[in-house]
Write a new protein. Structure first.
Ligand SMILES: [Zn+2]
Length: 652
């Protein structure tokens, strides 16, 4: 921040006029020509910045002045480790580039490259910086664990500290000549009302960046902060993608140009764009993911010479790589010079990263074959691609096509556990009972409606189900049940139901029946147990506390439909008993995935009665290895059960 005094009188009065960088540039050049009569008071830091120094690229500056502290490879920054980031940093510094989108996978160093850019700006082109993260905690952590250590670890950057400890607070770092702010998505106050020259929005696909009920999204809010510095500002948008309608995928695809990193085969010199299809391993989909990862059993095959790359050769190939404009054969430098785009995007995938092995990538893929959520993680975190929301419209007939010839109430012979989901109504209870095999295939054994708590007790503690083809005394009872405790949405009645469920589970649950609650926000895991010791209403103490199982209902709904799409030969196949009726199918289809006006798809209730769908998802949560891994009946999610039942494909 420079204080510019219009005349000597003002200088005496110490009335500063804040000077924008544009004006600054004009003034500096005018001063050189001696044509402008103004008096400046420069701080020491400003004099350092203004000193005539040889222009240097950001990537070169980083190798001189950036010291990594929290890294697998601590010490001075080396462009050799992540060569592709040098191009990102240097392109971002070009005077005509305003917006830089990094769509990247974890462990590729994208965020570090942007910290380097900020470090460079502190030393070479100061101006107010705003970092925005999804939430307050992440913002505080990045300030404390990334940005402050970056300044501290570099003698050059350290010299810009004021010396006062109060200038290093969690959400604001005051340097001698500029300020670095840290904001987060949900707090408009932490973003608004500051003129900003450099904005960095990191993890923009996380929920904190959702517009929520606000008119404008967080990205738009940040963009408004750059108005004062329009023409010299930079806006970095960084994230691992999630779904197609997520922020980063939209930002990347609206950029003027997308750059992909092409590598050069050290064996035959051919330039190529690496792709998951080039990664090879023995054993196909039957391979053991742990072994592939731990024993490094995967490699990359050059598309030209078929040569086998291990990670060492891959790193060499990456070191000789170049960024190219997508859909062209034009290298980045040429493209930038020729077209001078203001808004540029980079797509960074895991296989070019020094920190990611081919085995790790293959393991993630293999795990995804048996789990849609892990498959999404593979696509997002390794391929850098969004999950495609496939909104499949099913009808009742398609659901009922999953019926087999087992009558209601009979358990398939390969089942290892029965789980039950119960949905509480103002009067009575809906329930479903599913049988599970070791490979998490499931079969609907029974569903229905019961009226009293005594019925619930009879169902979960005293009902014995006959096992298919076994003697009459071979029966199975329910192993685990979940009962929805609602959440007291608004009415007094809802609250009393919640309290009724809590109290019943505490007295009668016997370690078999657990209280369930739908989580209000997305969770990392489908099931997240939390002990509560007070009632949400009235703050009344719950003696001895109660473990409440929070479910990420959206993940479970996805999983349900994914299982319905599995074939009989695959793991996690779902079947229904022969007596399953239209009422079941109709309740399952009471919710449908639809796209809203922003293109984001979400579950919408299209019919009132969706209880059996809720019950089914609770029953699935009870069988999920995430419930409490140590108490799971399944030890290995890769286990494949034997199946040989005949399927009745017709609808009765
Ligand atoms: Zn080759």
């Amino acid at each position: 921040m420079t204080q510019l005094f219009k005349d000597k009188k003002a200088a005496k009065l110490k009335q500063p006029v804040w000077c924008s960088n544009d004006l600054w540039a004009t003034l500096v050049s005018s001063m050189d020509k001696g044509s402008l009569e103004v008096e400046f008071v420069f701080s020491k830091a400003e004099r350092k910045v203004l000193r005539k120094r040889k222009a240097v690229k950001v990537s070169k500056w980083a190798e001189k002045h950036r010291v990594l502290t929290m890294s697998v490879l601590p010490g001075v920054w080396h462009n050799d480790v992540t060569p592709y980031l040098a191009g990102v940093m240097d392109a971002a510094a070009l005077p005509f580039v305003r917006e830089i989108t990094l769509c990247k996978t974890p462990q590729t160093g994208g965020s570090e490259a942007v910290h380097n850019f900020v470090g460079y700006c502190i030393d070479r082109a100061p101006g107010p910086v705003l970092y925005v993260y999804p939430d307050e905690k992440t913002a505080g952590e990045n300030s404390k664990d990334r940005v402050l250590p970056m300044i501290n670890a570099s003698p050059r950057l350290r010299s810009y500290f004021t010396g006062a400890e109060k200038d290093k607070s969690s959400f604001r770092i005051n340097l001698q000549h500029m300020i670095i702010y840290f904001g987060w998505g949900r707090s408009v106050a932490s973003i608004a009302n500051k003129p900003i020259k450099y904005a960095i929005a990191d993890e923009i696909d996380k929920p904190g960046f959702d517009p929520g009920k606000r008119e404008a999204g967080v990205i738009d809010l940040i963009d408004k902060r750059l108005t004062t510095f329009r023409g010299v500002s930079k806006f970095f948008k960084i994230s691992t993608p999630t779904v197609e309608s997520g922020n980063i995928w939209k930002e990347l695809n609206s950029a003027d140009v997308i750059f992909d990193y092409h590598v050069r085969c050290p064996l035959c010199s051919m330039m190529q764009l690496m792709d998951f299809r080039g990664i090879k391993w023995e054993g196909g989909s039957k391979a053991d993911p742990k072994e592939i990862k731990n024993k490094h059993l995967a490699w990359y095959e050059c598309e030209q010479c078929g040569g086998r790359w291990d990670e060492h050769i891959r790193n060499k190939a990456v070191q000789h790589g170049v960024w190219m404009a997508r859909g062209t054969k034009i290298g980045m430098d040429t493209y930038l010079e020729k077209f001078r785009p203001a808004d540029i995007g980079f797509h960074i995938q895991s296989w070019i990263s020094y920190f990611v092995s081919f085995g790790e990538i293959v393991a993630a893929f293999l795990l995804g074959l048996n789990d849609p959520i892990k498959m999404q993680d593979f696509l997002n975190s390794y391929c850098g691609l969004p999950w495609k929301d496939i909104v499949v419209k099913k009808d009742e007939e398609q659901i009922l096509a999953h019926k087999n010839d087992l009558p209601a109430g009979v358990v398939p012979r390969d089942a290892v556990a029965l789980t039950c989901g119960i949905d509480v109504q103002m009067v009575g209870f809906w329930f479903t009972v599913y049988a599970w095999t070791k490979d998490l295939s499931c079969h609907l054994v029974q569903y229905g409606y019961i009226t009293t708590w005594v019925d619930v007790e009879t169902l979960v503690f005293h009902t014995r189900y006959q096992v298919e083809g076994q003697a009459a005394d071979r029966t199975m009872g329910i192993w685990r049940a979940g009962i929805d405790s609602g959440g007291g949405k608004s009415s007094e009645d809802d609250w009393s139901k919640t309290e009724e469920v809590y109290s019943w589970v505490r007295t009668n649950g016997r370690g078999i029946v657990f209280a369930i609650k739908g989580a209000s926000r997305p969770q990392v895991k489908k099931v997240n147990p939390r002990v509560i010791d007070k009632m949400a209403r009235g703050n009344r103490v719950i003696p001895g506390g109660l473990t409440l199982y929070f479910l990420d209902v959206n993940q479970l709904k996805e999983l349900f439909h994914w299982r319905l799409n599995r074939t009989f030969e695959e793991t996690q196949y779902m079947s229904l008993n022969a007596d399953t009726g239209l009422d079941y199918a109709s309740q399952i289809l009471a919710e449908r995935k639809e796209k809203d006006r922003t293109g984001k798809s979400q579950w919408v209730q299209i019919r009132r009665d969706n209880h059996l769908f809720d019950c089914s998802n609770i029953a699935a949560a009870c069988a999920d290895p995430e419930w409490m891994p140590s108490l799971s009946f399944i030890s290995d999610s890769q286990a494949r059960g034997k199946k040989r039942r005949i399927i009745n494909k017709g609808v009765k």
